[in-house]
Ligand binder design. Structure first.
Ligand SMILES: Nc1nc2c(ncn2[C@@H]2O[C@H](COP(=O)(O)OP(=O)(O)OP(=O)(O)O)[C@@H](O)[C@H]2O)c(=O)[nH]1
Length: 622
């Protein structure tokens, strides 16, 4: 905007133009600072410090002096109206006393004051601070302001005609209504999401939105206008409270939203440190003067912005989708805030719209972040679904594998069972076969034993068997003290029989004699045996010597009277018999007993055959 500056005693005069929506100071203002509360006259005539000229619409008050006097020479353009409304668009001013003076004598035209943020009843606006001016003449008139600031004061000045101011108020109220409507909607929406989803991100978002709402309502004046004009104690500290709070909200939200806890120790610790520092600033408010605390807050706020922005950009670079949204939304907010500060600090021409730019930045940020949060939750949910799907798939495959394993096991068990059955069947069969074989073997063994003990031709006991039994019988007779008789028989001239009738006929004679011995002896206890070719023995237990002699004689006579029949040949034969008997008291070996019988037989042969000889006779002879 190019506005002319009128020279009047080298005084810089601001022209109030015609036909404009609103205007700012075209020339600038004069000011001085002072520790004591001077009156208007004192300020006009003898200022303790010289007036300093500042060629700008906005004055930035930074030092500790309690009062600042401002002088604004004003002149109405030719076709401009008389009625004007001047606004100072900065709510952090505790009190303003204003004086409208005209003419050479500094005649007081009008005056008013705002004390302790209170908006007087007749003021043209409920927002701080609007002053109604009536510029009657076209000569230079002067507006004096005595300002008592609180924490951080700027004096951005704007002039309005009554009509433009009315529409500005309407626009502003719409804008702020919309702004807080969006904030409230986002707050309520995310709070309900937090209630349902229980995700921390939503809660920290809500906290952040609340702190942003508090900060903006302090800075745009709506707080004073609508909420806390009755709380001057709070307004004394509003900037120092809401700025660290808003940064704390931002850091808490970033920490949760970007999950800095999981992004490594550096991010975890630095974000926690940032939170701690902001809490520390809040705790220091009662103890540290604003002249020290506010610059510290602003420096750390700048560091925090750089930190948050680089962290977010870095994570975006590392392909974190949430970080992308955060970086963009923070970029918008930081950009709008930087523009506002530049306007207030004179780097760019001051415009009242700059105030709203920051609110627009906040709105976009809040909307973007809410979307990002929803997107992140959705992304996480999708990931959870995918993970669940995968888990389901895996559990299906696992159960399939389990099933096949079970069926394989069952098959294996079946095979094992069959094998076992077959095996036990085979074992059973083999056992049975074995038993049969064993039985056969036993039978065979018995037969073999019998055969080994029996003479094949006659069926009588053979020599071996007879020898075994003879020893036993001697022992028994000795033990039982019974008598035992032994007969020895031999066919007479058997060679001749063989020679005459043939060998088989000889065999027949042997068989016939065998049968005869069995028949005649006839007692189970007797043991007949074939002990040589044509030689037989007969053991008789428990008989007297005379009974044995009688038996021998019976045998001899029967043989003599009998014939053996072979192929129509009736063969006569005789036997010689020697016998011996032992009494119970006698102790004798088997061989001696046999010898005795043999000796007796020998004697019978020698005595002419077909006779019986008792060994006792031989003994008696000796
Ligand atoms: N047929 C037949 N002959 C046999 C058997 N064992 C032995 N001999 C025969 O029996 C005869 C026995 O003859 P010797 O011992 O000499 O006596 P002997 O002719 O009987 O005359 P003495 O005994 O003196 O009366 C031999 O010729 C043998 O060959 C046999 O099992 N069967």
């Amino acid at each position: 905007k190019s506005q002319s500056v009128t020279q009047n005693d080298s005084l810089q005069v601001n022209i109030l133009p015609a036909g404009q929506q609103h205007s700012h100071l075209s020339a600038g203002m004069y000011y001085f600072r002072v520790g004591t509360k001077l009156s208007l006259q004192q300020a006009i005539l003898r200022p303790p410090r010289p007036w300093v000229f500042r060629a700008n619409s906005s004055l930035h008050l930074t030092d500790e002096d309690q009062y600042t006097w401002i002088k604004m020479p004003l002149q109405r353009a030719n076709n401009a109206g008389e009625q004007w409304i001047m606004t100072i668009d900065w709510p952090l001013i505790r009190a303003i006393d204003w004086y409208h003076v005209t003419g050479e004598n500094n005649q007081l035209q009008a005056q008013g004051s705002f004390t302790n943020w209170q908006i007087p009843p007749g003021a043209p606006d409920e927002f701080p601070f609007a002053i109604e001016l009536k510029i009657e003449s076209h000569a230079t008139e002067t507006l004096y302001l005595r300002i008592q600031h609180s924490e951080k004061a700027l004096v951005p000045v704007t002039f309005w005609t009554p009509e433009t101011f009315a529409s500005h108020k309407l626009d502003r109220n719409w804008f702020l209504g919309l702004f807080y409507g969006v904030l409230l909607a986002m707050f309520a929406y995310n709070l309900s999401l937090f209630a349902f989803v229980q995700n921390r991100g939503f809660a920290s978002y809500c906290f952040y939105v609340l702190t942003m709402a508090a900060y903006t309502s302090v800075m745009n004046g709506s707080g004073v206008a609508w909420l806390w004009s009755a709380m001057p104690e709070f307004l004394d500290y509003a900037y120092r409270i809401t700025v660290p709070l808003a940064f704390l909200g931002a850091v808490v939200f970033i920490r949760d939203f970007l999950m800095l806890k999981k992004q490594g120790a550096f991010f975890d610790i630095t974000s926690q440190l940032a939170c701690a520092i902001w809490v520390l600033f809040l705790l220091l408010i009662p103890f540290v003067s604003p002249a020290v605390l506010i610059p510290a807050i602003e420096v750390f706020g700048f560091i925090n912005c750089v930190y948050g922005f680089t962290t977010s950009s870095y994570l975006w670079w590392k392909r974190d989708a949430s970080a992308k949204y955060l970086t963009l939304s923070w970029a918008i907010l930081i950009f709008s805030t930087v523009i506002l500060i530049m306007g207030l600090r004179d780097f760019i021409p001051y415009q009242i719209e700059l105030h709203y730019l920051q609110n627009v930045g906040v709105t976009i940020e809040v909307l973007l972040l809410s979307m990002a949060l929803a997107e992140r939750i959705n992304r996480e949910r999708q990931m959870r679904f995918e993970a669940q799907d995968m888990a389901l798939q895996m559990s299906k495959e696992a159960s399939k594998a389990k099933e096949s394993e079970v069926s394989a096991q069952e098959r294996l068990l079946g095979i094992e069972r069959r094998v076992k059955e077959e095996l036990s069947l085979k074992v059973h069969e083999q056992t049975r076969e074995l038993k049969v074989a064993m039985q056969k073997l036993q039978i065979m063994n018995k037969e073999l034993e019998r055969l080994s003990l029996t003479d094949a031709l006659t069926g009588l006991a053979n020599r071996r068997h007879f020898d075994d039994r003879l020893a036993d019988e001697i022992n028994r007779a000795t033990r039982n003290e019974t008598s035992l008789g032994l007969l020895m028989l031999d066919i007479d001239h058997f060679k001749q029989i063989n020679d005459t009738f043939g060998h088989p006929a000889g065999d027949k004679v042997i068989q016939t004699l065998s049968a005869l011995i069995q028949r005649v002896s006839g007692r189970a206890s007797d043991l007949p045996a074939r002990v040589g070719g044509e030689e037989f023995c007969l053991l008789v237990a428990g008989e007297t010597a005379s009974s044995v002699a009688q038996l021998a004689e019976n045998l001899r006579q029967t043989a003599q009277n009998e014939t053996a029949v072979h192929e129509n040949n009736h063969i006569n034969y005789t036997v010689s018999i020697g016998f011996t008997c032992i009494t119970p008291s006698q102790i004798i070996t088997a061989s001696s007993l046999m010898k005795q019988a043999d000796d007796a037989l020998y004697k019978a042969k020698r005595g002419g055959r077909n006779c019986v000889v008792n060994y006792a006779l031989i003994e008696a002879e000796n």
